[in-house]
Write a protein that binds this ligand. Structure first.
Ligand code: TYM
Length: 334
């Protein structure tokens, strides 16, 4: 896939660390799908990032295939876009090493996601967890991405990517394109249904806290009905009403309604009616995706062929960037 002049290159990845959630969908996937028709797009399953947390080999393999199938189910056409697995292209790890040497320990230490994850996995604070954003910078810079659609939690990682790229360009000239984050106005931070101070996460030990994109309809309805709200019983947008605000955001994303319209719709009605409407809207949005995912997951030959073709196309671009980087840095190329 050659980048054409009028098209932007859009790139984003998702970690192969569990079943994706409604948070991934509303914060990222939905925007990826929206951008896919008009841009040169590269979407990847970040399986290298996933090993920063220990998992059984068979689980990693299964989750990687499942995540890849989910990307295809979203409608990210592997013929028109590049859809691949990160570990299939060795240049990600090679560039990450080089970029490690252009990243200061102090700036990497400021990453809030590292601090959170280190606290949550105190028994395995490996160096990979620390250098995780540098591998992410390599993912982005290898492909000269213009735009990176992500949720709010990746904002800081995009900032460090830009800083590293600018530093490298400052030394060696115009090597990397400086990528811009694309963070949607609504849905960039979907919160846990049980502890609405935290983001919704696929690795949350409490399964009631998140809606997985593979949850059956009745499970979605139950999880939304048991979502934590407050005792006021009025559907009203307020910074303090995090639980209700989160459900309003989810409802707004799934229906296209504004907060004012939602407040008017549920004026004088309790949370019961509201939650039923939210559940219905979420089911309408993700149940067709789940059916498509289940269909694609059975077609291993299609998954394998697409992943192989995606990796070949990705590698062709990555190899070119890496060759340029090696030359600029001064590695003897014979
Ligand atoms: P990951 O796998 O945690 O999440 C994938 C995408 O989903 C977004 N997201 C959310 N958005 C809104 N609300 C939430 N509760 C929520 N949870 C997750 C994330 O912001 C992300 O956009 N490091 C990345 C993966 C990655 C990457 C990259 C992304 C690796 N290399 C290069 C962009 C470019 C991650 O762990 O995302």
């Amino acid at each position: 896939m050659e980048q054409t002049e009028n098209k932007k290159r859009v790139l984003s990845f998702v970690q192969a660390s569990g079943t994706p959630t409604l948070g991934n969908y509303l914060g990222a996937f939905r925007n990826w799908r929206g951008m896919a028709a008009e841009n040169d797009c590269i979407f990847g399953v970040a399986d290298l990032h996933a090993i920063t947390v220990r998992s059984a080999p068979a689980d990693l393999r299964r989750r990687s295939v499942e995540m890849y199938a989910m990307l295809l189910a979203l409608g990210l056409d592997p013929e028109k876009n590049i859809v691949f697995l990160q570990s299939h292209v060795p240049e990600h790890a090679s560039l990450a090493w080089v970029l490690n040497c252009y990243t200061q320990f102090g700036e990497a230490s400021r990453m809030t996601q590292f601090k959170d994850k280190a606290a949550r996995h105190a028994d395995n604070v490996n160096v990979g967890l620390f250098t995780y954003p540098i591998l992410m910078a390599a993912d982005i810079l290898l492909y000269n991405a213009d735009m990176v659609p992500v949720g709010d939690d990746q904002r800081q990682h995009l900032e460090i990517t830009r800083d590293i790229a600018e530093r490298f360009n400052g030394i060696y000239g115009d090597v990397f394109r400086i990528p811009a984050p694309y963070i949607g106005k609504k849905g960039a931070k979907i919160l846990s249904l049980q502890e609405p101070e935290k983001k919704m996460s696929k690795s949350d030990p409490n399964v009631k806290a998140f809606i997985s994109l593979t949850d059956p309809d009745d499970v979605i309805v139950k999880k939304i009905k048991s979502a934590v709200t407050d005792s006021e019983a009025s559907v009203r947008w307020s910074e303090e009403k995090k639980g209700v605000g989160n459900l309003m955001t989810i409802y707004a994303c799934c229906t296209g309604k504004s907060f004012e319209e939602i407040e008017a719709e549920f004026a004088g009605r309790g949370y019961g009616d509201f939650k039923a409407a939210v559940a219905e809207a979420v089911v309408a949005e993700i149940s067709p995706l789940r059916s498509e995912y289940e269909r694609i997951l059975k077609d291993r030959a299609y998954i394998e062929a697409s992943a192989r073709a995606g990796a070949e196309k990705a590698e062709a671009i990555a190899r070119r960037t890496m060759r340029k980087v090696m030359k600029k840095v001064g590695f003897y190329q014979g």
